[in-house]
Design a protein around this ligand. Structure first.
Ligand SMILES: *Cc1c(COP(=O)(O)O)cnc(C)c1O
Length: 455
C-alpha cells in the first residue's frame, strides 16, 4: 500500500479532533498502518515503516495484542450472522452468553453478600459508570428524602461524560473547567499510598488512622444524602496512576454499608487481570453492589462495557421505580459481545498468571529509577509500571525517545507508564523497560536544561 502520509496528516489537522487535544494547536500524531502481535506499524512521512511495541495496550484494552486469530474468527463468524440488532424487545445468544459469563466470573470475596447477578451492557466505560450512578440514585429515588449524592476519594477517574466527570478528581483532573456546572459530589481525602512500595501495600499506620478519621467524619456529616460510594479499587488509573492500601477500600465499603449506602467498584481499568488478580475486588476482599467493566472486555477489538449489579439492587430499582431508564442504540451489540466471549476464553489461568508475573520484571527494570534526580516515585502492581517525575513530562521528547527504542508510550502530566499486552515476551518487556527509561531520561534532561536556561 502506498500511503501519502503528509496528505493524511494535513487532513487530520484540518478536520479531526483527537482526545484531550486542541483542535488547532495539537502535536501531529503518528499514523498507524496496521498492528500485529504486540506491535504497531507506524508509517512516516518519507514512507518508512517501523514496528514498535505498544506498551499502552491501546489505552489498556488490547490485552491479547493485535491480529489475534481467535478474536478475528469470532468477529468474522458473527458478521456472517449479524453485526447488530436492536436490544429493545429482541435478544440474542452473544449477549446472553456474555452476561452468563460475566456473572460467573464476577468477584465474590464476601460470600455473605449478594452476588453480582445481573448485567447491563453499555457501549463505553463512561456510559457504564453513568448507568451505575443512575442505578444507585434510582435505589433511593422513591424515598421521602431521596439520597442524591455520591461519595468518592480524591484523585480518581471515572470517565468523560458529565456525571462520571463529577466523581473525577475535582482539582488534579482535566475537568476543573466544569466546576459549578457538575453535580457536587462528596470527596474524601486521597487514600494513603503503600509506605514502602517494594514490600507490600500497607500504608503508614499514622497516615491510615488520620485518613480514616477524616473520611468517617465526612461520611457521617453527609450520610443521609449519600446513595453510594464509587471507587477504583486498588489502583487509580487516569486520575494519577496511584496505588493505595486495600484497607482503605475495605474501610470505605464498611462505612457505606453502615450508613445504608451502596458500593460501586469501577473496575474498567483494574479488571480482567491488570493488577495481578482477575479483579482488584478480590485483592481488597469486598463484594461490591454494582461494578463497571470495560476496556479489556473485548480485548481491544470493539467498544463494549458493562454494569453488573446484585439481584438486591435490581429488585429494589424494579420495585420502586420500575425500569432502569437507560438504553443505548448499540446496547448489547452482537459483534462486540461475540468478540468479548472469545477474549474471555483467551483470558485463562495461564495468561492471567503471566500478566501477574510482569510485576517482577517491571519492578526489576523500573525500580532502580527511584534514585534518579527528577524522579519522584516508581509504582508497580501486576502488569502496571509507573514512573512519576517531579515535573510534567516533555511529551514530544519523551515519546520520541521511547520510539527510538522501539516502544510506543503515551505519558500524561508527570507520569510515564506502561500497561503492556499480556502476551508480551520477556524480551518485549525488556524493550518496554528500555523505552520507559529512555523517556524518563529525555524528560529529566529537558528539566535540567530548562532550569539552567532560566538561571
Ligand atoms: C477508561 C476508564 C473509564 C472510561 O471508559 P471509556 O470507555 O473511556 O468511556 C472509566 N473508569 C475508569 C477507571 C477508566 O479507566
Amino acid at each position: 500500500m502506498t500511503t501519502d502520509v503528509d496528505a493524511l496528516l494535513t487532513l487530520d489537522a484540518a478536520h479531526v479532533w483527537h482526545p484531550y487535544a486542541s483542535a488547532t494547536a495539537g502535536v501531529p500524531p503518528h499514523v498507524v498502518e496496521s498492528a500485529s502481535g504486540v506491535r504497531l506499524r507506524l508509517v512516516e512521512a518519507d514512507g518508512t515503516r517501523r514496528d514498535v511495541i505498544d506498551a499502552m495496550s491501546s489505552w489498556w484494552c488490547a490485552v491479547h495484542g493485535y491480529g489475534v486469530p481467535e478474536l478475528d474468527s469470532a468477529a468474522t463468524g458473527q458478521l456472517q450472522r449479524m453485526s447488530h440488532v436492536m436490544f429493545g424487545g429482541l435478544t440474542h445468544e452473544p449477549a446472553i452468553r456474555l452476561a452468563e459469563r460475566l456473572v460467573a466470573m464476577a468477584p465474590h470475596p464476601q460470600p455473605e453478600r449478594a452476588a453480582l447477578n445481573r448485567v447491563f451492557l453499555a457501549d463505553s466505560g463512561s456510559v457504564s459508570v453513568e448507568v451505575a450512578m443512575k442505578m444507585a440514585l434510582q435505589c433511593f429515588a422513591a424515598d421521602d428524602r431521596p439520597r442524591r449524592r455520591i461519595l468518592t476519594v480524591r484523585g480518581g477517574y471515572h470517565g468523560d461524560t458529565l456525571h462520571p466527570m463529577s466523581v473525577c478528581d475535582p482539582d488534579g483532573g482535566m475537568h476543573t473547567l466544569w466546576r459549578g456546572t457538575l453535580p457536587e459530589q462528596i470527596f474524601a481525602p486521597l487514600p494513603p499510598a503503600p509506605a514502602d512500595p517494594s514490600s507490600g501495600l500497607d500504608a503508614d499506620a499514622g497516615e491510615m488512622a488520620a485518613w480514616k478519621d477524616e473520611t468517617a467524619r465526612l461520611f457521617a456529616e453527609h450520610a443521609d444524602d449519600i446513595a453510594a460510594v464509587i471507587l477504583e479499587p486498588l489502583l487509580q488509573g487516569a486520575g494519577g496512576m496511584r496505588i493505595h492500601d486495600p484497607e482503605c477500600v475495605r474501610f470505605l465499603a464498611e462505612l457505606a454499608r453502615e450508613h445504608g449506602a451502596l458500593v460501586i467498584f469501577d473496575e474498567i481499568a483494574t479488571g480482567f487481570g491488570r493488577t495481578g488478580t482477575l479483579w482488584a475486588a478480590e485483592r481488597v476482599g469486598v463484594t461490591p453492589d454494582i461494578m463497571c467493566v470495560g476496556k479489556a472486555l473485548t480485548g481491544g477489538y470493539l467498544t463494549l462495557a458493562a454494569t453488573l449489579c446484585s439481584d438486591e439492587v435490581a429488585q429494589r430499582i424494579s420495585d420502586r421505580t420500575g425500569a432502569v431508564m437507560h438504553g443505548p442504540t448499540f446496547m448489547g451489540n452482537p459483534l462486540a459481545c461475540a468478540v468479548a466471549l472469545a477474549s474471555l476464553d483467551l483470558l485463562d489461568a495461564e495468561r492471567l498468571t503471566r500478566a501477574a508475573q510482569f510485576e517482577g520484571a517491571l519492578e526489576a527494570g523500573l525500580g532502580p529509577l527511584r534514585s534518579i534526580a527528577g524522579v519522584k516515585d516508581v509504582r508497580v502492581i501486576g502488569a502496571v509500571g509507573v514512573v512519576e517525575l517531579e515535573g510534567d513530562v516533555d511529551m514530544t521528547r519523551a515519546t520520541e525517545a521511547a520510539l527510538a527504542e522501539g516502544v510506543w508510550i503515551r505519558p500524561f502530566r508527570g507520569l510515564i507508564y506502561t500497561m503492556p499486552p499480556y502476551v508480551c515476551t520477556d524480551d518485549d518487556l525488556a524493550t518496554i523497560v528500555r523505552g520507559v527509561k529512555a523517556a524518563v531520561r529525555a524528560s529529566v534532561d529537558a528539566g535540567y536544561r530548562a532550569s539552567e536556561e532560566s538561571r
